[in-house]
Design a protein around this ligand. Structure first.
Ligand SMILES: Nc1ncnc2c1ncn2[C@@H]1O[C@H](COP(=O)(O)OP(=O)(O)OP(=O)(O)O)[C@@H](O)[C@H]1O
Ligand SMILES: [Mg+2]
Length: 305
């Protein structure tokens, strides 16, 4: 599990490979963010911050408003109301400066599948106006660190889903953003590719890049994120470290099974859980640690799958 919000982000120098500059305070502040499409409210008054240097996860089911929130923070979608500040820049008034701090790998990969990885990378470098010599040094370093070497001259169309995602992420960090947004980075990938992607995210984070990712995989939020926000129907249901979220509902869970019916009850301590279980007759009892899925069910009343 991630180490919690006390993790220190390294401080940047000027040379290639140094992690991005660390400032003060949260890197992203979102206040009262609301996005409506006609009469439908997709994002409903979200207020939260992302700490510098952390891996922050948005966990929620399909249609929860994860992509719409990312699109608003990254200045692609104009909010109906609310305010977003990115590294000190107001994302509406000062969007050109705000954009310089941001890297984004969208939910639907937007690479040119008829070009090689290297050609896609060069294209992105051109978009970001990165000088050729700087780009070449950066690409060679990123390709080494992220293990993309043997795939650099393959066509995107010929890569597996996991390598396509890796290539897209490399393109999104070429300009060395201080915060990287990953929208469902591992959706549809097999377990092995998912773990490789997690390693890539950890590597980028350990080099100083703050990460904001969305996911509907509980285990992804649990193993990768320093802090997790659970969102559902455009609203924030809970936010904190995984341990804080579990403590919020009660870190010990008692499952009571009678026939086909399973009820879960959460308690602050094992003693309280045992005392409750001792009073139950004619049912099967299972006492276990609370999981993030329990938290999700308790705070939103829905299912992630
Ligand atoms: N341009 C739009 N016009 C109308 N409704 C939209 C638009 N974009 C998103 N929505 C709706 O807003 C809600 C939130 O969508 P969003 O894509 O943000 O969800 P999500 O959490 O990213 O879901 P998923 O896990 O499926 O990617 C959905 O009900 C979606 O249909
Ligand atoms: Mg989405």
């Amino acid at each position: 599990m991630a180490s919690g919000s006390s993790k220190e982000a390294p401080i940047k120098g000027d040379s290639i490979g140094d992690p991005p500059l660390r400032g003060h305070g949260p890197i992203v502040s979102v206040e009262g963010l609301t996005i409506r499409f006609g009469s439908f409210t997709a994002v409903d008054g979200l207020t939260f911050s992302i700490n510098r240097g952390e891996i922050f996860g948005f966990l929620g089911p399909n249609g929860a408003g994860k992509t719409t929130t990312i699109r608003a923070i990254t200045t692609i979608q104009k909010p109906t109301s609310g305010k977003v500040t990115i590294d000190g820049h107001d994302s509406a008034a000062d969007y050109l400066e705000a954009r310089k701090c941001i890297g984004i790998a969208q939910q639907h990969i937007s690479l040119d599948k008829d070009l090689t990885v290297r050609q896609n990378i060069k294209y992105h470098a051109l978009l970001h106006k990165i000088p050729k010599d700087v780009m070449e040094a950066r690409v060679s370093e990123l390709s080494d660190v992220l293990g993309l070497g043997e795939h650099m001259d393959k066509m995107i169309a010929d890569l597996s889903g996991g390598w396509k995602r890796k290539a897209a992420i490399v393109c999104s960090v070429l300009h060395e953003p201080s915060i990287l947004f990953l929208d469902e980075p591992t959706a549809g990938l097999d377990t092995q590719s998912r773990h490789l992607l997690w390693e890539l995210v950890r590597t980028l984070n350990s080099r100083g890049t703050t990460i904001f990712l969305t996911t509907h995989y509980i285990e992804e939020a649990e193993s990768l994120c320093d802090r997790v926000a659970i969102i559902d129907k455009g609203k924030m249901s809970a936010i904190g470290t995984v341990d804080e979220l579990k403590s919020m509902v009660g870190s010990t869970t008692v499952e009571v099974t009678s026939g086909n019916r399973v009820e879960t009850h959460h308690f602050a301590s094992m003693e309280e859980a045992r005392a409750f279980a001792d009073g139950i007759k004619d049912s099967y009892i299972n006492i276990r640690m609370t999981t993030l899925e329990d938290v999700f069910l308790a705070v939103s009343g829905g299912s992630l799958r």
